[in-house]
Design a binder for this molecule. Sequence first.
Ligand SMILES: *[C@@H]1O[C@H](CO)[C@@H](O)[C@H](O)[C@H]1NC(C)=O
Ligand SMILES: *[C@@H]1O[C@H](CO)[C@@H](O)[C@H](O)[C@H]1NC(C)=O
Ligand SMILES: *[C@@H]1O[C@H](CO)[C@@H](O)[C@H](O)[C@H]1NC(C)=O
Ligand SMILES: *[C@@H]1O[C@H](CO)[C@@H](O)[C@H](O)[C@H]1NC(C)=O
Ligand SMILES: *[C@@H]1O[C@H](CO)[C@@H](O)[C@H](O)[C@H]1NC(C)=O
Length: 624
Amino acid sequence: MPTIIFLFALLIINNAAASGMLYPRFSETRTIIEINGMWKFRADMSPTRNEGFLKKWYTQPLSQTGDVIPMPVPASYNDITQDRKLRDFIGWVWYETEFFVPVEWQQKRVVLRFDSAHYNTMVWVNSKEVLSHVGGHLPFEVQLNSSLDINGVNRLTVAVNNTLTPSTLPPGTIHYMKDTNRYPAGYFVQDISFDFFNYAGIHRSVKLYTTPIFFIDDITIVTDVKGSDGIVDYSIIGGGSSNDTTIVVEVLDADGIPVATSIKQNGQMIIRNVNLWWPFGMSKKPTAYMYTLKVVLKSSAGRDVYRQPFGVRTVKVTSTQLLINNKPFYCHGVPKHEDSDIRGKGLDYALIAKDFNLLKWLGATCIRTSHYPYAEEIMDQCDQQGIAVIDESPGVGITSVHNFGNASLTHHLEVMNEMVRRDKNRPAVIIWSVANEPLVTVPQAEHYFKSVIMHTKNLDPTRPVTFVAAVGPNGDYATKYVDILCINRYFAWYSDCGHTELIQKQVEYDMNKWREHHNIPIIVTEYGADTVAGLHQSPSFVFTEEYQVEFLSEYHAAFDKMRKKFLVGEMVWNFADFMTKEDITRVVGNRKGLFTRQRQPKMSAHLLKKRYESIMNETISVIH
Ligand SMILES: *[C@@H]1O[C@H](CO)[C@@H](O)[C@H](O)[C@H]1NC(C)=O
Ligand SMILES: *[C@@H]1O[C@H](CO)[C@@H](O)[C@H](O)[C@H]1NC(C)=O
Ligand SMILES: *[C@@H]1O[C@H](CO)[C@@H](O)[C@H](O)[C@H]1NC(C)=O
Ligand SMILES: *[C@@H]1O[C@H](CO)[C@@H](O)[C@H](O)[C@H]1NC(C)=O
Ligand SMILES: *[C@@H]1O[C@H](CO)[C@@H](O)[C@H](O)[C@H]1NC(C)=O
């Protein structure tokens, strides 16, 4: 298809600040430099943790302020050294690196992007503060302008604080131990009510990228299916201002062949004989088909090109079913953690590839990003490999009425803005989860969760919204607002420990009770038992591999009775063992994984593989 040149006046919203935060992608008009690697690092061990600010460490090379150590970026800093004080550190840590940019970048918009850092981050370039951000797990960026030295070395200083407060997500509290007979003066600990290690640092890549001055700032794509047509509703927002622009929008198929074209900034395109995006396991082929929306924006100020991947699919919820492309989808999968030895939560391509190979081996069709948004590189694999996602916010550990104040709610809404903005175009994301196991049995929970859920539905009316509940079915203030019920259940573990003979009866009673209150489908988003790999006992005993297999099998027998009725998913907790805080109920972390932290299978992984493959065989035969 020839390129269409068509000039017309077009008002593009002039955004002072970038709003779209599109994932940095190479194009003929854009360049990316990753500035990952070994950075310089020091933790502020002063009693107030405030020395770095008092002495303005950002105004000089970090090594001139005191001793520095090498620290990899991206990674959590906690498990890198042999120093327990750093592993368990609470407060500000300081990072520094240097970079150069090519002289050609003078004519460009240069953006510094952090794919994520946990938790509070402040950034200086050449001693000048350029950026700050509150919250882990989501990207933030700034256009550098005159703070950048095009002709020489640029010093990048980053301070990251992992302190959690009642209004952070996840929340936490600093607890001062006042009894000086038992604790040194000023002694404090951080209390958290979530069950994973609070890994901190610069977890994901740090990038510099360029765009033209007049640029494509945001792209939103919503798809529908009518017969054999794919309907693509799109809208594009430009950054910078211009009044003589042209825009050419093309849909490219997986081979790069244009299949639809438009010259409008917002509009609808039709893909004839569309290839739908199906989750792995629903369709033999093609599965997880991805298109590209190629956008070319031209003005007298120059041209910008961006290629946004997307898939064509629909998601609907009826009273008993979760439908993808109007066919029933059964989500059999696992919640995960971004967790590995040494790196903690740091982005690791080898680990990502291994985990997806294990998901495929297992026959999993879905994951939940428990309990925070995962790296965009992981989400890309979900899109491309057809792993459906319950995309969960960092709203975990909301277990106190002190977490329902205005500051908490305002921040939670902002986190939902950032998360939906980042993941809205991903076909793999089929459900938004705003929280995990929050306190919902107090009246304050009603306004809070109604607000967060309604806000998320306004941001994205196309996907079901939920939170993951740990309460019983006998009345709470928040589950009435969800579109699909997600529940975590631990019969014969946290209650009636060891009594696997009670599981079927209790699961059935529980679910039928839920159905009396809510006429919506149910996904069991967690059930599981801690299992130390290699521990065996017969008859089974808690913590042995035999117990995990027996425990899971009892749940499966109960699920099979409800699978054809209203149960639309089962997700065993957890994909792999992961680190937690030190606790007498955790043996070097949470051991409920099907795989060890080193990604080797326990007996249970083989059980689940057999089950998931056999469910998948049924599901495929339904579609074709
Ligand atoms: C650079 O300019 C843009 C556009 O005016 C602004 O949004 C951004 O905050 C500026 N960056 C810095 C570091 O001041
Ligand atoms: C940073 O850490 C210190 C020490 O834990 C804490 O007192 C302070 O409130 C934190 N500041 C921010 C902005 O998180
Ligand atoms: C729009 O066009 C007019 C006339 O050419 C010009 O004076 C003005 O600066 C332009 N505005 C922008 C924002 O480019
Ligand atoms: C919380 O926000 C509401 C609505 O904006 C306001 O009326 C109320 O006074 C605020 N409460 C507090 C404690 O700030
Ligand atoms: C699934 O179907 C394949 C192909 O028909 C078959 O080889 C395999 O044994 C089946 N697996 C299960 C667990 O039923």
